[in-house]
Design a protein around this ligand. Structure first.
Ligand code: BYC
Length: 470
């Protein structure tokens, strides 16, 4: 079905023929807009931004670029096209027709998954709301605002599911999504990384690399779901998510590029306002490890149930990557600190679904790290960046409460405390980074701490006029 662009809420879910749902969503819309006004990007409301908006869900045809004032952005509900006669392809209901209604016994678990996913979307907008004011260039300003409007749309994607399939509980949850606030001690966002401040662009680029990438993996696992509306909505979200990830990876890459150029010239990055590699490494350590926690415990009965019941699959489950679509009678082997050494542990495979997803994610992050290190190599810089071990600095899961160095070797609590200053962003790093965060909004100009992007957006050059200021 095509997208109904004339509707107050653009959609391809035939809202026009579901008056009850349409009314419910139209009643939520002003509350969403109020939230966006209060908690969305802190400025730029009157400026026209070169944004892409979805106008069709077909391959290649969904991204339409043009100047839009953010409050006029058309947040809508778009599901990927249905696959005829789709069958559930993992877990206990293997081979059954995919569900188009929520099986009663799975209702609470499914709602919780949807609410957890949904909660991260407005949280990220709240975290990033002030970044525009210190954007290092016009294209970066445009990119963060693009990410923000699309995270807003991802909230719509989840809220649609809540209203359509969860009756009054769904309505209450949808209200709650606009009431919690990132970092609020009394009404925090659900997952911890979404309560951490994202105040500067080094943080933002690491966040978009590591935390948004958790989004990619979680959405991919939900895109396998036996609950077809969830699978279809997350499939479409993934098309938008790819841009967010590239903003992160290219952003850090451009910081590395600039620093590498300076080092190649034999200069001290600090002397010219670039970012020393050891500071970049500390931001990586901080955001990679915080994002590892987002996968939940490695040994999890929740994850086992979500898999067993056909709600949440493994990464690319549908591509036939796994021998046994039921994941029975197998174990996941890993290592954990015991008495100061690493000891082997085995977790029944179904209970290790979070660990499997985290491993797939980690391999992806390792590929990105290799690309950043290639930049250093190209500039004849010997130092390398590294990805912290999955055991390092964990607060959730089997390694929580234990101590490891960034390479994952067991250490004592005292050694961990002694390493803190070297491994984590410290107050003097923050002061230095803040001193670099000076807004550069003029067309064709860029801050000293970052190289320009190799490419612009929509085949435009990087120094195109992406923002028409009011
Ligand atoms: N922080 O069985 P466990 C994105 C809780 S990001 C706080 O080990 P489970 C995006 C857990 O709730 C993707 N609490 O883990 C990125 C449970 O509580 P109860 C978001 C946590 O449940 C950037 C207990 O600990 N999507 O899209 O299997 C920008 C034991 O949990 C945390 C999803 O997460 C934590 N980190 O897995 C914008 C997908 N971790 O039951 C967007 C949906 C666990 O004891 N969510 N807990 O009260 C899920 O699939 C699962 O909820 C999780 C957790 C993977 C998050």
């Amino acid at each position: 079905m095509g997208i109904d662009l004339e509707s107050r809420i653009p959609n391809n879910v035939d809202l026009a023929n579901d008056q009850k749902l349409k009314r419910a969503l139209e009643a939520w819309q002003p509350k969403y807009l109020e939230w966006w006004r209060d908690m969305g990007p802190a400025d730029f409301k009157e400026d026209r931004i070169y944004l892409r908006t979805a106008i069709s869900v077909g391959r290649g045809g969904w991204a339409n670029f043009g100047y839009v004032k953010m409050p006029d952005y058309r947040w809508g509900i778009f599901l990927a096209e249905p696959e005829p006669e789709r069958k559930i392809h993992f877990g206990d209901p293997l081979g059954m027709p995919a569900w188009n209604a929520v099986p009663g016994e799975l209702r609470n678990r499914l709602r919780r998954l949807i609410v957890t996913q949904a909660d991260t979307e407005p949280a990220s907008v709240e975290q990033q709301r002030k970044l525009g004011n210190t954007a290092p260039s016009m294209i970066d300003l445009r990119n963060v605002l693009q990410v923000n409007v699309e995270e807003g749309r991802h909230l719509w994607a989840m809220v649609y599911l809540l209203f359509k399939f969860f009756g009054s509980d769904g309505r209450d949850e949808a209200e709650g999504l606009l009431e919690r606030r990132s970092g609020d001690p009394d009404h925090p966002r659900v997952l911890q990384a979404f309560n951490k401040p994202v105040k500067d662009w080094m943080t933002f680029f690491c966040y978009a690399t590591f935390t948004d990438r958790d989004g990619k993996y979680q959405l991919s696992a939900l895109a396998e779901s036996g609950f077809d509306p969830l699978a279809r909505t997350t499939q479409f979200m993934l098309t938008e998510e790819a841009h967010h990830l590239s903003v992160g990876e290219n952003g850090v890459g451009r910081v590395v590029e600039r620093t590498a150029q300076i080092l190649e010239e034999g200069k001290d990055p600090r002397k010219v306002g670039a970012i020393p590699l050891e500071i970049i490494q500390r931001y990586v350590n901080e955001w990679a490890s915080a994002s590892h926690d987002l996968f939940g415990g490695e040994d999890s009965s929740n994850a086992a149930e979500a898999f067993a019941s056909g709600l949440k699959g493994r990464y690319r489950e549908g591509d036939g990557l796994y021998k046994d679509p039921k994941a029975l009678d197998q174990v996941y082997a890993t290592e954990i600190e015991r008495d100061g050494r690493l000891a082997k542990v085995e977790i029944p495979l179904r209970r290790a679904m979070n660990a499997l997803l985290l491993e797939a994610y980690h391999a992806d992050c390792a590929r990105i790290m290799a690309r950043w290190n290639k930049i250093l190599e190209r500039h004849h810089v010997e130092a390398r960046l590294s990805l912290p071990s999955l055991r390092f600095n964990r607060h959730i899961g089997i390694h929580a409460g234990k101590h490891y160095d960034p390479q994952g070797n067991p250490i004592t609590g005292e050694q961990f405390e002694a390493g803190r200053e070297q491994w984590f962003v410290n107050p003097s790093d923050e002061d230095y980074i803040n001193s670099c965060m000076i807004k550069v909004h003029e067309q064709g100009k860029i801050a000293a701490w970052i190289a320009p992007p190799a490419q612009g957006v929509d085949e435009k050059p990087w120094d195109f006029e992406y923002v028409l200021f009011h």
